[in-house]
Design a protein around this ligand. Structure first.
Ligand code: FAD
Length: 469
C-alpha cells in the first residue's frame, strides 16, 4: 500500500482521491479552505445555501454518469429531464429544439432565426471547410479509445471560433451552434482549440438535449465523494517537491507550518496555483501550465420567488452577443422550476467575457443596478425582485487555446515528467464537469502506474528489496 497525497479538494481532487482509496492506497487530501468542493462549494446567503453551478449530468457524460450511479445519486431514467434552453435574438425570445446531428450536414434544415444585423455581417458557410469538421465530429462520436482521432488532431491549430464560422457560416453559428454549446457547457469556447471542443460537441449530440438531474444537487456529489476520504481542511500546501525517496510537502495549517512525505502526489489545482507551489517542475510541465490563459468571470445571482415569471420552466437563456448589453447568459440553478409553483429558486447571470475586465472594480450595487436596468429594457422584461449576490471569480476556466491537444499529448508522456507526480487539473481536461471527473480518474490511474514503474525499477536495482518500504 503506497501513501499518496492529493492536493486540492475540488471535484477533480475528490474523484481522484476516491479512486485511489478504492484501489487500496493510503490517501490523504490537503484542502486550503475550511471545507471541500472547490468552485462547487455552496455559497452562504441569508436564504440558506446557494449552489453555484448547475447540478446537471448530460446523458452522454459517460464518466460523470457512471460516477454518480456508483455513488447511488442517479435517479436513473425517472430523473431524466429535458432542460429547455431559450435564446434572445433579434429582440425576441426563441425556444429552439435541441441541436440535431443532421444540421451539421445541412444547416438549412435548422429552425430559421434571424436578426437584421446578420444581413450585414453574414459570412456564408463553405462546404470545403465544413467537410473536415463534420468528419472530426463523426469520428469523435464513434471514438472508443482515449487517443484523439487524426481528424480531430487536424483541427488542433485553429481556434474554434474560426473553424466553426468558416464551416457553418455566421448565421448558423450565432443562432444554433454557439448557443447550444453555451447552454450545455456554460463556457465561451470561442478561443479554445477546435480539437478541444470536438468531444464536448460529440457528447452534446449524443445526448440530444437529455440530461439527468443529480439527486441532492452537486453538494451531495461532493459529500459522497468526500465521506470515505481522510481530509485535512484548512491546510494550504505551500511547496511540493519530488526527491528520490518521495514527495515532500510543506504546508500551513492554523497559522503553523508543517511537513509531510508521501510516495506520490496528485495535484488537483488550477494551473496558476500549481506554478506557485511547485518550483521544480520539468520544462514540459512548466511550459504546459504557463501556456494556459486563466479567464475571470463576474456572475450575479438573483433569488426569484415570483410564481408566474416568463422563464419558469426553462433551464436558461443565452443572449446572442449584442442583444443584452454586457450580459452573456442566464441559468436557472437546480432543477428547472415548475411554472406557477411556489418554491423560490436562484438564477445566475454571467457577464460576457469582454465586459468582465471593464466592470471588475464596479461595486456590487452598481452591478446589480446594471443587471436590473438591462433586463428592464430587454424582451425578457424586468428581472423579478429578490435578494442578489455578486461573485467575482478569479480563474473560472482555463483557456487552452490553439495547439492544446498536441501540448497535452506531449505532457502525458511520462519520460518528460517529474517522477511521482500526477496532475488532475483543468489544464488537461475539457472545460466541463465531465472533463473534471475524467481528469481525476486519469490522474489516479497515472499515479498508480507511476508507482508501479518505480517499484519495478527499484526491485530490478536491488533484488529482493521492497521499493515502497
Ligand atoms: C459560477 C460558476 C460557473 C462555473 N461554470 C463552469 C463551467 O461552465 N464549466 C466548467 O468546467 N466549470 C465551471 N465552473 C467551475 C466548476 O465548478 C469546475 O468545473 C470544477 O468544480 C473545478 O474543479 P477542480 O477540482 O478542477 O478545481 P477547484 O474546484 O478550483 O478546486 C481546487 C481546490 O483546491 C483548493 N486549493 C487551492 N490552492 C490550494 C493549496 N495551495 N493547497 C491546498 N488546497 C488548495 C481550493 O480551495 C479548491 O477547493 C463554474 C463554477 C462556478 C462557481
Amino acid at each position: 500500500m503506497a501513501s499518496i497525497v492529493v492536493v486540492g479538494g475540488g471535484l477533480a481532487g475528490l474523484v481522484c482521491g476516491a479512486r485511489l482509496l478504492r484501489a487500496g492506497h493510503d490517501v490523504e487530501l490537503f484542502e486550503a479552505a475550511s471545507s471541500v468542493g472547490g468552485r462547487l462549494r455552496p455559497i452562504e446567503t441569508e436564504h440558506g445555501l446557494l449552489e453555484p453551478a448547475v447540478g446537471e449530468v448530460g446523458w452522454a457524460d459517460a464518466n460523470l454518469r457512471a460516477l454518480v450511479a456508483s455513488l447511488g445519486l442517479d435517479p436513473s431514467t425517472e430523473g431524466q429531464v429535458e432542460r429547455a434552453h431559450a435564446l434572445v435574438l433579434g429582440g425576441r425570445l426563441h425556444r429552439p429544439p435541441p441541436l440535431r446531428a443532421a444540421e451539421f450536414l445541412f444547416p438549412r434544415i435548422s429552425p430559421r432565426m434571424d436578426r437584421p444585423i446578420d444581413a450585414v455581417f453574414r459570412r456564408p458557410p463553405r462546404w470545403r471547410d465544413r467537410r473536415p469538421v463534420v468528419r472530426a465530429i463523426w469520428d469523435s462520436l464513434r471514438q472508443s479509445s482515449l487517443e484523439a482521432p487524426d481528424s480531430v488532431y487536424a483541427l488542433d491549430d485553429v481556434p474554434w471560433q474560426r473553424v466553426s464560422i468558416r464551416a457553418f457560416g455566421t448565421r448558423w453559428c450565432t443562432t444554433r451552434l454557439a448557443p447550444a454549446l453555451l447552454a450545455r457547457t456554460g463556457v465561451d469556447l470561442s478561443a479554445e482549440s477546435a480539437a478541444i471542443v470536438m468531444p464536448m460537441l460529440a457528447r452534446l449530440l449524443a445526448s440530444a438535449g437529455r440530461s439527468v438531474q443529480l439527486a441532492g444537487g452537486l453538494s451531495s456529489l461532493v459529500a459522497a465523494l468526500a465521506a470515505p476520504l481522510r481530509i485535512r481542511v484548512g491546510c494550504r500546501v505551500e511547496r511540493l517537491e519530488t526527491t528520490t525517496d518521495g514527495v515532500r510537502i510543506r504546508y500551513r495549517s492554523g497559522g503553523r507550518s508543517g511537513g509531510a512525505l508521501a510516495d506520490a502526489a496528485v495535484i488537483a489545482l488550477p494551473p496558476s496555483e500549481i506554478l506557485q507551489i511547485c518550483p521544480k517542475l520539468s520544462p514540459v510541465e512548466r511550459g504546459h501550465f504557463e501556456s494556459i490563459e486563466p479567464r475571470r468571470s463576474i456572475v450575479i445571482h438573483r433569488r426569484v420567488s415570483q410564481d408566474a415569471w416568463l422563464l419558469r420552466g426553462l433551464a436558461g437563456v443565452t443572449f446572442v452577443p449584442g442583444e443584452l448589453p454586457d450580459m452573456r447568459d442566464l441559468r436557472i440553478l437546480g432543477a428547472p422550476p415548475e411554472p406557477y409553483a411556489k418554491e423560490p429558486f436562484w438564477v445566475r447571470v454571467s457577464l460576457d467575457h469582454e465586459s468582465v475586465d471593464a466592470h471588475w472594480n464596479d461595486s456590487d450595487q452598481a452591478l446589480i443596478h446594471k443587471l436590473d436596468s438591462t433586463f428592464r429594457g430587454s424582451p425578457l422584461g424586468a428581472l423579478p425582485e429578490g435578494a442578489s449576490r455578486v461573485e467575482r471569480l478569479d480563474e473560472i476556466i482555463s483557456i487552452q487555446g490553439r495547439g492544446a491537444l498536441a501540448r497535452r499529448e506531449r505532457f502525458h508522456r511520462r519520460s518528460e515528467r517529474s517522477p511521482r507526480l500526477a496532475f488532475a487539473t483543468s489544464a488537461l481536461a475539457t472545460p466541463d464537469l465531465e472533463g473534471r471527473v475524467t481528469v481525476g480518474m486519469r490522474a489516479a490511474a497515472e499515479a498508480v502506474g507511476e508507482l508501479d514503474r518505480l517499484s519495478r525499477l527499484s526491485s530490478s536495482d536491488v533484488p529482493g528489496r521492497n521499493p515502497m518500504g
